[in-house]
Design a binder for this molecule. Structure first.
Ligand code: NAD
Length: 276
């Protein structure tokens, strides 16, 4: 088998059905396109039905479907999983991607905001996982990818509830891996850094905060949503058959430390050259 055939065998999603929540958004619409490009049929689920319908014609392959769901309600999650199973007959992969955030100081958060952020980012992933495993994966295996965040590990001011939810995603991912490993199910989390989507638009538009992001990120820039796709395909494909219960940071090196002051790249490059 040549290299291309070997890669295709391990990374192909042909014959698989993948349910993606938040598929109308910046990151997960790109995930839907990538997963379809790898050969899977995709069920795109979102509160915004128009947004997921608009993604459908941009995807390769056939058989993809759009579903409206309000993930804050467990009854709607149950109905959504039934609808996806009625349309596709199986679910092999689940991406829990829907998320919301609002930057506000800890002292200013009220119960309604707390519930809104926790419900979409954490409760929905918990019950979507439960439903998909009960109805589709128990007995045949599958892959779960939960979308965590840089804020799962390090907190930016004003992200207290979001940070609680995204830290919770790491615990949820471990529980899924521990309890469902025996069913042939692997669960992992991807923790993106700063990705250019509507969720992060305000950061991009604020020059002071954008400079901060550049300084704390080894790659010295925000990322485009497509830069998460390699990890997504890996975690949904057979190539990750012995990977479970982990969090994979795709953050341009932000958790590695960053540089709190300007460090000229040319100097680093020269120094490197001199030591060779
Ligand atoms: N953009 C970033 O820099 C970044 C960084 C780290 C983590 N993340 C995470 O990545 C994921 C995707 O983020 P994004 O930047 O693409 O955001 P986005 O705002 O572009 O997309 C979020 C999607 O979730 C959907 N949604 C919101 N509430 C819902 C509900 N109640 N029911 C169903 N769907 C609902 C929205 O309609 C939207 O399509 C989120 O979990 C987010 O927390 C994003």
């Amino acid at each position: 088998m040549n290299v291309a055939e070997n890669l295709r065998k391990h990374y192909s999603l042909e014959g698989k059905v993948v349910l993606i929540t938040g598929a109308g958004g910046g990151i997960c619409s790109e995930m839907a396109r990538a997963v379809a490009g790898a050969g899977a049929e995709v069920a795109l689920c979102d509160l915004n039905l128009d947004a997921v319908r608009a993604v459908l014609p941009t995807m390769q392959g056939a058989g993809h479907t759009a579903h409206r769901v309000d993930l804050r309600r467990v009854s709607e999650i149950e109905a959504c999983v039934d609808e996806v199973l009625a349309a596709h007959g199986r679910i092999d992969g689940l991406v829990n991607g829907a998320g919301v955030s609002k930057r506000l100081g800890l002292l200013d958060v009220d119960e309604a905001l707390y519930d809104a952020i926790m419900d979409v980012n954490l409760k929905a992933a918990f019950f979507m996982g439960q439903q998909v495993v009960r109805k589709a994966m128990r007995g045949r295996g599958g892959k779960i990818v939960n979308i965590a965040s840089y804020n799962s590990t390090r907190i930016c001011g004003g992200s207290s509830v979001y940070g609680c939810a995204k830290s919770g995603i790491l615990g949820l991912t471990r529980s899924m891996a521990v309890e469902w490993g025996g069913f042939g199910i692997q669960a992992n989390a991807i923790a993106p850094g700063f990705i250019e989507t509507p969720l992060c638009r305000e950061l991009k538009e604020d020059q002071a905060r954008l400079s901060c992001i550049e300084d704390m990120t080894c790659c010295r820039r925000m990322a485009q949503p497509e830069e998460l796709m390699g990890m997504t395909i890996l975690l949904l494909s057979d190539a990750s058959s012995y990977m479970t219960g982990q969090v994979y940071n795709v953050d341009g090196g932000a958790l590695a430390g960053g540089t709190p002051w300007y460090f000229p790249t040319a100097y680093g490059a020269k120094q490197h050259a001199e030591t060779e």
